[in-house]
Design a protein around this ligand. Structure first.
Ligand SMILES: Cc1cc2nc3c(=O)[nH]c(=O)nc-3n(C[C@H](O)[C@H](O)[C@H](O)COP(=O)(O)O)c2cc1C
Length: 199
């Protein structure tokens, strides 16, 4: 396995997109990260996410992958992000399917996204899981509890009302703001409770 050192002084964020609904959240997050000069994104997309990107958004796969600094083959479980020695600030899985939740919760790392998440947990780095399903079964809830107990942060893409969203874009932006807050990344236009006179 080739080891890469973080020589350009940029912080690395691993972004996983799996086959839950809300592919647009992963895409918008990548668009915002592209404007962050101190950061680079390392993207892995599952086959399920390729389907939701096509069904749910007007983006092509090529347009999505072009937003990332580096794109990985989901089947290549020996690539750099499969090793803890490859330095990253953490990982976000957005959106995260219940299948991928189950895989991470069980340490069943049979693709590169699952392996990267497993590594993130074992290295005690930040793992953000934007888990989406409704309703949630007891199995889903148990798996999410397991992940939370293991140190992951579960951020379901829940609608907020206090920011008075006027559009789907407003709602998406608020969710992405909550995700990137976990890494200290400020999302322009995010309406925070108590900080805006209009709220
Ligand atoms: C249009 C579409 C929407 C889906 N939405 C969800 C969802 O919201 N949550 C979920 O857990 N699975 C959802 N699925 C099912 C997953 O894509 C499926 O379980 C897949 O095997 C997940 O694999 P992955 O996690 O490797 O991407 C959806 C599938 C499709 C085609």
């Amino acid at each position: 396995m080739e080891l890469q050192l973080n020589t350009n002084n940029k912080k690395r964020l691993v972004v996983g997109m799996s086959g839950a609904s809300a592919a647009i959240l992963g895409i918008k997050l990548l668009e915002i990260m592209k404007e962050q000069p101190q950061w680079e994104t390392h993207l892995i997309i599952t086959k399920g996410a390729e389907m939701t990107i096509t069904y749910e958004t007007g983006y092509t796969l090529e347009q999505v992958t072009s937003l990332a600094d580096k794109v990985y083959d989901i089947k290549n479980i020996g690539d750099s992000i499969a090793s803890g020695s490859f330095r990253t600030e953490g990982m976000v899985i957005v959106p995260c399917s219940m299948k991928t939740v189950a895989g991470v919760a069980c340490g069943y790392s049979d693709n590169l996204l699952l392996r990267a998440a497993d590594v993130t947990l074992k290295e005690r780095r930040k793992l953000i899981i934007v888990a989406r399903e409704s309703p949630l079964s007891t199995i889903h809830l148990r798996n999410m509890l397991t992940l939370s107990e293991a140190g992951a942060c579960i951020i379901p893409p829940m609608i907020t009302y206090y920011n008075k969203p006027l559009s789907l874009d407003d709602m998406n932006l608020h969710i992405i703001g909550k995700i990137l807050d976990q890494f200290g990344i400020e999302v322009p236009g995010l309406k925070r409770w108590g900080e805006e006179s209009s709220i």
